[in-house]
Design a protein around this ligand. Structure first.
Ligand SMILES: [Zn+2]
Ligand SMILES: [Zn+2]
Length: 100
């Protein structure tokens, strides 16, 4: 059977079943399967790292005093509509008024 990834013709014992009951083989060989899974793992790790750095770079300090992560509009909307923000903004405004 020819592997769809490395395009080498390999014996069936180098392929594993995708479906044991129906004896359906994976379209790619075990070597490629391992490689594929490793790459997927690496990709996942990288995605997590990217997400974390993005989180750090996009931390916003709101006027209410709360720091939150915002890299999409809805993050900001979500924060502005949150109870915490509303509560803090009210306190903030009261404090300001008292100072005057
Ligand atoms: Zn292969
Ligand atoms: Zn806020």
């Amino acid at each position: 059977m020819e592997c769809t990834k490395c395009h080498k013709v390999k014996p069936f014992d180098e392929f594993s079943y995708k479906n044991d009951k129906e004896k359906i083989y994976y379209m790619y060989c075990d070597m490629c399967k391992i490689k594929y899974y490793c790459e997927e793992e690496k990709y996942k790790e990288r995605a997590i790292q990217e997400y974390n750095t993005r989180k750090l770079l996009n931390t916003i300090k709101c006027e209410c005093g709360i720091e939150y992560v915002c890299f999409r509009d809805f993050h900001m909307l979500r924060h502005l509509n949150s109870k915490k923000h509303k509560k803090n903004i009210i306190h903030y405004n009261i404090d300001e008024n008292e100072e005057k």
